[in-house]
Ligand binder design. Structure first.
Ligand code: FAD
Ligand code: SF4
Ligand code: SF4
Length: 458
């Protein structure tokens, strides 16, 4: 039989042109057409020992779903993905595939790796999720928070037949997927669809409920047979520099929440104003910094400069997001850290003074550390500064839960089954890992659901 010729280069995904996308918050990358998706899927070599599966944190059966897609069996493809990941449309968009499933893809040795995330997104966006027959169980589980860890845990337990109530402090569901990641990367409609599927599975929701304030943790323990804590890491780390308290110095979380949740870009129709019209400086080098920078440009900034203390190679942001930010006009200043923010008599930000740095040895995370260069300072004009240097767990709230063990960083301590120090209380996602990724949070949610099932079946 003649050997089939395999296309070495990826099928490119179409993007909206820069001039067009800067006018709105709509998604930048378009979906593969069915023909494009099949063509990309047909490049997969169907490896016997697929490294892609090993490198996906939830070990989706990647070659199997891709084969089903290539054979136009999309119902089969979604069934395979949902075995391991309930949020395909979300993860297909936001996972850092280049350091996960696509990193060691065998096709990458002779050409471009298979675009696994884009294929997963295609299946998630275009295929109806199957309905599930539930065997009802007479046990109730409370899920605290509604980010990817909680959504996954709730969905998995609902499938297993438990009565699930999700408690969310905000008025809408989704956690960072909703208030952090902007529409141009993850449309809210896509998230709403994933959440609607959980409602179909029987998950109940209570929004505007801050557990620990609106309802005590003890009350929850009395009312439910088990609890999952997925409260994330939403507390900004401070810069600890002079001028940090000036007007127009925002944490990235507040800046993005005003845009994503309170729709400040539609001020007038919505109540929350956000004035962005001068030079914006964003401090940080992760996804949060890229989201803040790209959002600031869309909100009307004259210029946006990202100040990062290491080099581009060490930036934790997804490669694709850095590329999109550059295309859109975001400027980068590497090897620099902020020293102080200076303002005028009215307390308005005027400039930021930075110090240059150089790279040193590898740190405990395997990244090269930065060494500030004494006396080497420079000034950037700024009318708005956004702090995107990182996030912590809300220690005050967690410490108010009697008997809940935390580590020195304020993360909840769990055993290998994600059971906390409190009987019947499990935890997962950022509240355990510190600020991590969507798929690691979802993976934890799934693992915790199975641990809770085991615990309640004993
Ligand atoms: P969260 O998503 O933080 O959800 C926690 C939820 O709990 C929140 O809704 C919060 O309101 C609620 N809550 C907290 N306390 C209480 C309480 N006491 N009572 C009731 N509810 C409570 N990861 C990626 O993989 N790719 C990306 O591209 C990416 N981009 C990001 C961009 C931004 C701007 C941010 C901030 C993060 C990004 N991340 C990304 C990280 C990722 O979003 C998180 O790792 C993930 O959302 C963590 O999920 P979680 O379920 O643990 O918590
Ligand atoms: Fe890749 Fe993320 Fe999908 Fe896993 S969940 S296959 S890492 S895109
Ligand atoms: Fe296909 Fe790449 Fe996975 Fe091999 S490693 S099965 S080529 S996606």
């Amino acid at each position: 039989m003649p050997q089939r010729e395999i296309r070495k280069t990826k099928v490119p995904v179409r993007q909206r042109p820069v001039e067009e996308r800067m006018q709105d918050f709509h998604e930048v990358e378009l979906l593969y057409t069915p023909e494009e998706a099949r063509e990309e899927a047909s490049r997969c070599l169907q490896c016997k020992n697929p490294p892609c599966v090993e490198d996906c944190p939830v070990h989706i059966r990647i070659p199997d779903f891709i084969r089903a897609l290539a054979e136009q069996k999309t119902a089969e493809a979604i069934r395979i993905i949902l075995e391991d990941n309930p949020l395909p449309s979300v993860c297909g968009r936001v996972c850092p595939q280049e350091v996960q499933c696509q990193k060691r893809c065998t096709m990458g040795r002779i050409g471009d790796p298979i675009q696994i995330g884009k294929l997963e997104r295609f299946v998630g966006d275009t295929t109806q999720k199957p309905s599930v027959q539930r065997q009802k169980r007479n046990k109730r589980v409370a899920v605290v928070g509604s980010g990817p860890a909680s959504l996954t845990c709730a969905g998995e337990l609902a499938r297993l037949g438990y009565e699930i109530v999700v408690f969310e402090a905000l008025h809408e569901r989704g956690g960072v997927l909703l208030y952090g990641i902007p529409e141009f990367r993850l449309p809210k409609e896509i998230l709403a669809r994933e959440i609607a599927y959980l409602s179909e599975l029987g998950v109940q929701w209570q929004t505007n409920v801050l557990v620990g304030r609106s309802i005590s943790f003890e009350e929850l323990r009395e009312q439910f047979d088990a609890i999952f804590l997925g409260t994330g890491a939403g507390l900004p780390k401070y810069l600890h520099i002079p001028g940090e308290n000036l007007r127009d110095v925002y944490s990235a979380n507040e800046f993005l929440t005003r845009i994503n949740l309170m729709k400040s870009y539609r001020f007038g129709e919505y109540d929350t104003p956000l004035k962005v019209n001068g030079d914006v400086v964003v401090i940080g080098g992760g996804n949060v910094a890229m989201d803040a920078a790209r959002s600031a440009l869309r909100m009307g900034a004259n210029s946006v400069t990202v100040v990062y203390r290491r080099t581009r190679d060490e930036m934790p942001a997804r490669v694709e997001e850095i590329a999109h930010a550059e295309e859109e006009g975001v400027r980068f200043v590497f090897l620099a850290l902020p020293l102080r923010i200076e303002g005028d008599e009215q307390g308005r930000v005027k400039r930021i003074v930075c110090q240059r740095a150089r790279l040193g040895e590898l740190d405990e995370k395997g990244r090269r550390c930065f060494i500030p260069i004494e006396g080497d300072e420079f000034v950037l004009p700024a009318s708005l500064v956004i702090n995107a240097i990182g996030l912590d767990t809300n220690r005050i709230l967690l410490e108010s839960i009697a008997g809940l063990k935390l580590d020195v960083k304020g993360h909840v301590v769990v055993d290998e089954s994600l059971h906390t120090s409190l009987e019947g209380v499990f935890a997962g996602g950022d509240v355990v890992l510190g600020a991590a990724t969507v798929i690691l949070a979802a993976g934890h949610g799934k693992q915790a659901a199975h641990s809770i099932h085991k615990y309640l079946s004993e």
